[in-house]
Write a protein that binds this ligand. Sequence first.
Ligand SMILES: [Zn+2]
Length: 244
Amino acid sequence: MPDVLWTGLAAAAVALAGPIAYTAGTQVVVSGLRLGVVKRGPARPMVALTFDDGPDPVHTPPILDALAAAGVRAAFFMVGRRVEAAPALARAVRAAGHDLGNHTYAHRHLWMLTPSASIAEVDRGAAAVAEATGTTPRYFRPPWGTFNWTAYVRAGQLNEARILWSIRPEGWLLPAPASRLASYVVRKAHPGAIINLHDRGGHPSTPAATCEALPRMIAELRDRGFEIVPLRVLLGASEQKSAG
Ligand SMILES: [Zn+2]
């Protein structure tokens, strides 16, 4: 009987090894070892703002206005089907000089997807951004920051740098008031920080609170000596550093 039990456990372990390596294992490897995944930039007094899940007809325009008023260029990780629903907004983001990122086509959790479905999510997300804006996205961020192996590799094949974040002020479930969003970012700010924000998604009140927080967040970051730069500048500084 014990032999049967052990055989059964061994068979179960073998059966689970593949899926675990494909999903959670990938996360441990690429994130834990920082294997081709950028969570922060170089140790210089600069930070980058990034916005996920848009474009959104209600929240993206005022966020673009707040960034323009402050003279800040950020990165927008867009969801392909939302780009298709609001292509003019995607073009407005591009026209304002912000960096474009691929946040998959339908924002499905990659741990639930087969390899072929994962490739489709990455490819269709990139294609939607490119078709609407005429610009191929240079960055990829998976929904909820979770990779599987196929999506990780596919984004690399598309020459999209795989970007996570080092500061995330917004809660997943509970709303955060604007004042707390700003103070959290300013308190946690560090050289090379990649700050994760949303122009859609999360708690329903989050994008509006984020928009309200932006002027104070930006002003106080600058008061503390941080330059707020596009992602390409933050990462470019990293490349210069490693080259030099
Ligand atoms: Zn997202």
